[in-house]
Write a protein that binds this ligand. Structure first.
Ligand SMILES: Nc1ncnc2c1ncn2[C@@H]1O[C@H](COP(=O)(O)OP(=O)(O)OP(=O)(O)O)[C@@H](O)[C@H]1O
Length: 217
């Protein structure tokens, strides 16, 4: 599904990730771990580019349109796959089908009361749930998220990771929380010093081993 072979990635001539080789198979739930700046987003970007139209993408910054409602921001997940006239109609007068689909989706995100509220009036955690909703609404087979639950409390984060895993067969998630990675993912890739320091099935790892990734390199 995804393959990198001796692939180096960098910016402006500076290599950030050196000689990466990895394969990701359908059905895997992969957590990317590593301290801030270790290259998780950079790796996600490389992987996403290989299957852009199959990936439901949840970026690190929600990137919502502030004056539009949660409904409209979530609707935007399908903007590119629907005709212009249909999008325009839904902007002015939301139609029954997207209304029903998005109402069900926001309920599962715990946002029912915020459905028609402008994004600028939502809390940070609510905005990140809208961003998750927009990615889920794309209905693509692979889910990729760059710290998709980092703005949420632990219980909410666990519930939403469960929801993501229930709705997608294959996931690649950059995470900061090692317990979340162990609980929800089948494979953990740890980045440090510009390289893959570990790549193993989650059930063979423990939190202490993963915390070592955050020691300085
Ligand atoms: N557009 C860019 N131009 C130049 N350097 C960049 C760019 N994006 C990221 N970098 C650099 O690449 C390195 C890896 O960044 P990246 O965002 O991939 O890390 P990360 O592990 O996702 O970090 P965080 O957990 O803080 O989000 C950092 O040193 C960063 O400064």
């Amino acid at each position: 599904m995804f393959r990198l072979q001796h692939h180096s990635v960098g910016y402006a001539g500076k290599t950030i990730l050196h000689e990466l080789s990895l394969d990701i198979q359908p059905g895997e739930r992969v957590a990317l771990l590593g301290k801030s700046g270790s290259g998780k987003s950079t790796l996600l970007r490389q992987l996403r580019a290989q299957q852009a139209d199959k990936v439901a993408w949840c970026p690190q910054q929600p990137g919502l349109v502030p004056m539009l409602s949660a409904f409209h921001n979530i609707y935007m997940g399908r903007l590119a796959s629907q005709p212009f006239w249909y999008n325009l109609t839904n902007l002015v007068r939301p139609q029954a089908k997207p209304k029903a689909e998005i109402t069900e989706l926001v309920a599962s995100l715990g946002l029912s009361e915020q459905l028609w509220q402008p994004a600028e009036r939502l809390s940070g955690g609510q905005q990140s749930r809208v961003s998750l909703g927009r990615a889920l609404y794309q209905q693509r087979p692979i889910f990729m998220g760059d710290e998709p639950v980092s703005a949420l409390d632990e219980r909410q984060a666990d519930a939403l990771l469960q929801l993501l895993c229930a709705r997608h067969h294959t996931l690649v998630l950059a995470l900061h929380n090692v317990e979340q990675a162990l609980a929800h993912c089948t494979r953990i890739i740890g980045l440090a010093g510009g390289r893959v320091l570990l790549d193993a099935p989650a059930h063979t790892l423990n939190a202490a081993e993963l915390n070592a990734l955050y020691l300085s390199h």
